[in-house]
Design a protein around this ligand. Structure first.
Ligand code: LRH
Ligand code: MN
Length: 427
């Protein structure tokens, strides 16, 4: 990771211009009664987790094109996230996926991460791929589902796996478990929707019962893939019902890519927050399906509206939820993509902080749609990047993280160290 001196060296040439830009924006915001300082402070306190499975190269069923220097171990994934965080000062945690990440020495791994300023965010279980350690040495399979499987022995193995992931998370200092299930069917008649749902609800309750105090669990919905006719937890309604069935420590995780085209995700966020069952996010973007593209690269206005709903739910402050990125990097350098995604999340958050909520409420109460739209679009069309960069600078990060990353030669260095053919565990 880059040292504070290297970051300071990088920032030196950019600081003066940034100060001018911040001053200019601050005075224009002040004129409309908004504060640049409080926005910068909020950004400086914000962090979004990096997924361990996205620091390598992703692929599709049609191919995978390794970028070189991919992390070969969970330690090397932590190195990459630490490098990312040294540039952005906004990625202070990593979300592990088990068994893609299965440390022999959890205490050693925790120390390794702490030494690099990284903590462990929500753990992810995996009952969508058969794995000897989780399917009774292959005697059982998740081919026809895990928690929803008609075979009780398979359901029990899946519950056991989730409990083991929680136990590992406890050793690592994590405080949450995300349960995404591929469970579903490909053909009408293949299984009964209700029976599958009830099996999953039962399994999630058993997992919930294993949660230590202070822990949360998140149910993550997804309409399709790999199931192509019906997925058990296919939408926010099913996810809410499952979280309620599981117990009070369960809430819903919203993966932006897990919605059918034109779904109103900000309204889903509003509903789940309204019933206090919104647990967190997997940020990414998509044009069609679960494309796992760079956050904010296709629908930035939607991302802004989601943060507006979050600040509405938090009465002007961002609720304490699990903010995480979940992407698959097929053609770009994963670290560059994560830098851009983190920037997009921070920009959407900063723009949402600029919304004059009282004026918006006044406009809504008199059905002044035009004024309401003007208030939102005024904030969305404000170039807040100087505030995001200033928050980064104050947090010890790079004013221009992408340039900083490219100047560092990190990718060439890790290709040298890890090889051009190294393959990371993950998608
Ligand atoms: C499923 C998903 C889930 C993870 C996986 C890597 O599509 O979004 O969050 O387990 O990606
Ligand atoms: Mn996800």
């Amino acid at each position: 990771m880059l040292t504070p001196d290297q970051i300071a060296e990088h920032n030196k040439a950019l600081e003066t211009d940034l100060a001018v830009d911040v001053e200019h924006l601050s005075s224009s915001l002040e004129r409309s009664g908004r504060s640049a300082e409080s926005t910068i402070a909020a950004l400086a306190a914000f962090s979004v987790a990096a997924p361990s499975w996205a620091v390598g190269t992703g692929g599709t069923r049609f191919g995978r094109f390794p970028i070189g220097g991919e992390p070969r171990t969970t330690e090397e994934k932590i190195d990459d996230v630490a490098m990312l965080n040294s540039l952005t000062a906004s990625n202070g945690s990593i979300s592990l996926h088990v068994p893609w990440d299965l440390p022999d020495d959890p205490a050693g791994l925790k120390e390794y991460a702490v030494d690099r300023g990284i903590w462990f965010d929500a753990m992810n279980s995996n009952t969508f791929q058969d794995n000897p350690s989780t399917t009774d040495d292959g005697r059982l399979t998740y081919k026809f589902g895990s928690l929803a499987n008609s075979d009780k022995a398979v359901r029990d193995v899946a519950v056991e796996h989730n409990k083991e992931v929680i136990d590992l998370g406890v050793e690592l200092g994590s405080k949450a478990l995300t349960v995404w299930l591929a469970d579903g069917i490909n053909h009408p008649g293949q299984a009964d929707h209700r029976v599958q749902f009830e099996h999953v609800a039962e399994g999630l309750s058993a997992i919930h019962a294993h949660l230590p105090s202070g822990w949360q669990m998140y149910t993550e919905h997804k309409p399709y893939e790999p199931a192509f006719y019906a997925t058990v937890n296919f939408d926010w309604g099913s996810s809410l019902l499952l979280a309620q069935a599981a117990g009070p420590k369960a809430s819903c995780l919203v993966d932006l890519g897990h919605h059918l085209p034109n779904a109103n995700i900000e309204q889903v966020v509003s509903r789940l927050a309204m019933v206090d069952r919104l647990g967190g996010f997997h940020f990414n973007d998509s044009k069609y399906g679960d494309d796992d593209l760079t956050t904010g690269s296709i629908k930035p206005f939607q991302l802004f509206l989601i943060f507006c709903e979050l600040l509405r739910a938090g009465e002007g402050s961002l609720p304490e939820l699990a903010y995480m990125i979940d992407q698959s990097h097929n053609i770009k350098d994963p670290l560059e993509d994560l830098i851009q995604s983190t920037e997009a999340v921070c920009v959407a958050y900063a723009q949402a902080l600029l919304v004059d909520r009282d004026a918006l409420t006044d406009a809504q109460e008199v059905n002044d749609a035009t004024q309401g739209q003007e208030i939102l679009q005024g904030a969305f069309r404000t170039d807040v990047r100087p505030l995001v960069a200033e928050a980064r600078r104050r947090g010890g990060g790079a004013i221009a993280p992408l340039a900083g990353y490219r100047d560092s030669g990190y990718r060439a260095e890790i290709i040298e160290e890890r090889g051009s053919e190294s393959v990371a565990t993950g998608l």
